[in-house]
Design a protein around this ligand. Structure first.
Ligand code: TMP
Length: 206
């Protein structure tokens, strides 16, 4: 039985969400709230292998194969990391989850959205986040923020990134209670304050 709280963080590559998750983790640690920070893909041993393929395989990958690899990573992650932590009363801070697959493989790769939703449901056994924060940012600005060598998904063009941004905004419109959108074109401190406000209000209502 689930006792913890499941919070996911979403957005395009370069939106700054990982920095924000780290700051929120520090905030929760200081408050003495038991929490873990995790991510997709790549949080389990199997996931580490899948992440290497997903981000660095240098031959063509079919859209369906790509989708199933993300889902395999998720199934392993849910069963062996997320569910046990939630059962243990832990707040789980997860960098990407089902909405990434809907936005990237659904909206950006243009695969059927209902099918992706069904596959997400199978991979997670129906485990939905309690709260999701989407960091929204102009696609060109997000791409400019990326440093170092780009991975397979980051190498996709501007149109791909624009499509997945619109995907996130569409999903957020459909689920206003679960998903909160934050403008990610702001200072790290201001965004952190907004994240803390959303999360604290959510926890207070429990
Ligand atoms: P990261 O760099 O934020 O860790 O994410 C890895 C990449 O994988 C990022 O470009 C988004 C992409 N991704 C998908 O395309 N589908 C998914 O389901 C997930 C979880 C990530």
């Amino acid at each position: 039985m689930k006792k913890g709280l499941f919070i996911t963080f979403e957005g395009a590559d370069g939106c700054g969400k990982t920095t924000q998750i780290e700051l929120l983790k520090k905030y929760l640690d200081e408050k003495g709230i038991k929490n873990i920070q995790t991510r997709e893909p790549g949080a389990t041993e199997l996931g580490v292998e899948l992440r290497k393929i997903l981000l660095h395989y240098d031959k063509p990958v079919s859209n369906v194969a790509e989708t199933y690899l993300y889902l395999a990573d998720r199934a392993q992650h849910v069963e062996f990391e997320i569910k046990p932590a939630l059962e243990n009363g832990t707040v789980v801070l997860c960098d990407r989850y089902t909405d990434s697959t809907l936005s990237y493989q659904g909206y950006a790769r243009k695969q059927n959205l209902e099918t992706i939703e069904k596959l997400n449901e199978i991979a997670t056994g129906g485990l939905k986040p309690d709260l999701t924060i989407v960091f929204d940012i102009d696609s060109l600005l997000a791409q400019k923020r990326l440093s170092g060598e780009k991975d397979r998904l980051e190498k996709e063009g501007l149109e791909f990134h624009k499509a997945l941004r619109l995907g996130y905004l569409e999903i957020a419109k459909k689920e206003t209670k679960r998903i909160k959108v934050i403008n990610a074109d702001d200072t790290i401190e201001n965004i952190h304050k907004k994240v803390v406000k959303i999360v604290s209000e959510f926890i207070d209502k429990l």
